[in-house]
Design a protein around this ligand. Structure first.
Ligand SMILES: Cc1ncc(COP(=O)(O)O)c(C=O)c1O
Length: 455
């Protein structure tokens, strides 16, 4: 690092300290709720991803593009419930659909007409021949992998270094590996992310880098006949954002098919956010199977996976795919309304305009003040990464300046911009955000850049 970069990093540490103190002062009710919650919930939260240091901000309400915390602080929401709330909060069409479902029965564990319509819409949008329902991204990727194994009669899978596909055992390898355990660039090791993941699985989940066909080619040459599938986020969205290089996704598909293995897209984050038809549409490659959750269900806990009918046929032959709540009426109503009444083609034009305003505003501020970073603009999704060049893979992410993110989080939250607490996340915009919301975010970010540059 040069002198100017060092000075910016030092200033970032000061900002983190002073802004965190300010944040703690503003969120005393969250602190009290956290202390109470720790008695009934490990870390005081329902999911480890909601935990924050020293405590999470507890929310009480969301409307439109705004959320309010239990201390009555109001924020423009760019967290978006980890990428689900592209419809915005309490959207009238979603409220209407959920109210109707609540009045006519929220659960039967029997199929309904609305669930069939929802399935048809998912198939149409994402070029799936058949689809099955699930309740979370974790369940969708777990089921897709089982179906791929059943269809190929093989056990092993391949995943990408630095990708998250949910918290079931098989994919909990090399999600955020530390540099001391991740192995060589040409042969990444498979390292568990969690306690409690059985050791024997390690040899059955192989890890390859994103945007690299050579390492996969070598792996397939050695053990291609053991590999059922490769699961990949077609655009990596758990390291900030890394886009696929031209030809990479098609190259993967061709290579896997040459060895009788299947390609699974994990579109849990990018489906319904970066284009009406997700990554499949945006990058023009149709996978064998694809997984969806988050934005497809209008803010309810719905998910799905599907693809080629001849692969999904494994379910009819005996691959177990079930769940009491799969496709339940509440999710089907909210999901169908989200996809057919809210997230229509015009909405994506609007989201794209907002996203470009946000990303170009942030990029201009970094350029003006000499902050080492870049902004990514992908429809409803985007991010600032504190590394001047775009990311190509997970190892590039390790070169981002975490001190700058640490300063940005309390700075932005103190200025009324609610954002995700980790530097691996990105913003999610909604159809209810306005240009004024975006400008509020960009202005606060530009002030941060000016303050950092004072270092
Ligand atoms: C790409 C991806 N796949 C799967 C999941 C798991 O989804 P869920 O948290 O709904 O289980 C996530 C969650 O963030 C994700 O980002």
């Amino acid at each position: 690092m040069g002198g100017a970069a060092d000075a910016i990093t030092e200033r970032a540490k000061e900002i983190t300290y002073s802004e965190t103190r300010r944040l703690l002062d503003r969120t005393q009710k969250s602190k009290a709720l956290f202390e109470r919650a720790c008695k009934s919930l490990p870390q005081g939260v329902g999911s480890s991803f909601q935990a924050g240091d020293p405590y999470p901000i507890y929310l009480r309400e969301g409307r439109g593009s705004r959320v309010w915390d239990v201390d009555d602080n109001e924020y423009v929401d760019t967290h978006g419930g980890f990428g689900c709330m592209v419809v915005g909060h309490a959207h009238p069409k979603i409220v209407e659909a959920i109210t109707r479902a609540a009045k006519t029965g929220t659960h039967f564990a029997a199929p309904t007409e609305e669930m069939v319509l929802y399935a048809e819409e998912l198939c149409r949008r994402f070029e799936l021949e058949q689809v099955r329902m699930a309740n979370s991204g974790t369940e969708a990727t777990m089921s897709a992998i089982r179906v791929a194994r059943a269809a190929t009669g093989r056990d092993d899978i391949v995943k990408i270094e630095g990708s998250y596909h949910g918290h079931h055992d098989q994919v909990m390898f090399s999600v955020v590996p530390n540099s001391d355990v991740m192995g060589g660039r040409d042969q990444p090791s498979s390292t568990p992310m969690s306690l409690g993941v059985p050791k024997f699985l390690e040899g059955h989940t192989h890890v390859v880098p994103f945007n690299d066909l050579t390492v996969l080619e070598r792996l397939l040459a050695e053990r291609g006949d053991e590999i059922a599938c490769l699961i990949i986020e077609p655009v990596m969205m758990n390291i900030g954002i890394a886009e696929p290089e031209p030809g990479y996704l098609q190259g993967l598909k061709d290579l896997l098919h040459r060895h009788g293995a299947l390609l699974i897209f994990d579109e849990v984050k990018c489906g319904a956010t970066i284009a009406p038809g997700g990554a499949t549409e945006r990058y023009g490659v149709v996978p064998d199977l694809a997984c969806f959750a988050k934005a497809i269900a209008g803010g309810t806990p719905g998910a799905a996976f599907g693809g080629r009918a001849d692969v999904m046929e494994a379910i009819e032959r005996g691959a177990a795919q079930q769940g009491t709540f799969n496709g339940n009426p509440l999710v089907a109503a909210a999901g169908l309304a989200a996809l057919t009444e809210v997230l229509v083609p015009d909405a994506y034009e609007y989201l794209s305009k907002l996203g470009t305003r946000m990303a170009s505003g942030c990029a201009a501020a970094m350029t003006e003040h000499g902050i080492p970073g870049h902004a990514v603009d992908l429809g409803a999704k985007g991010c600032v990464s504190y590394r001047p060049q775009p990311l190509h893979n997970y190892r590039d992410f390790l070169e981002t300046n975490a001190e700058l993110f640490d300063a940005s989080y309390p700075w932005m939250v103190n200025r009324g911009c609610f954002m995700t607490p980790g530097d691996e996340e990105q913003w999610t915009l909604s159809v209810q955000h306005t240009e004024a919301d975006i400008d509020r975010y960009v202005d606060a970010f530009a002030d941060l850049c000016a303050e950092l540059a004072r270092g």
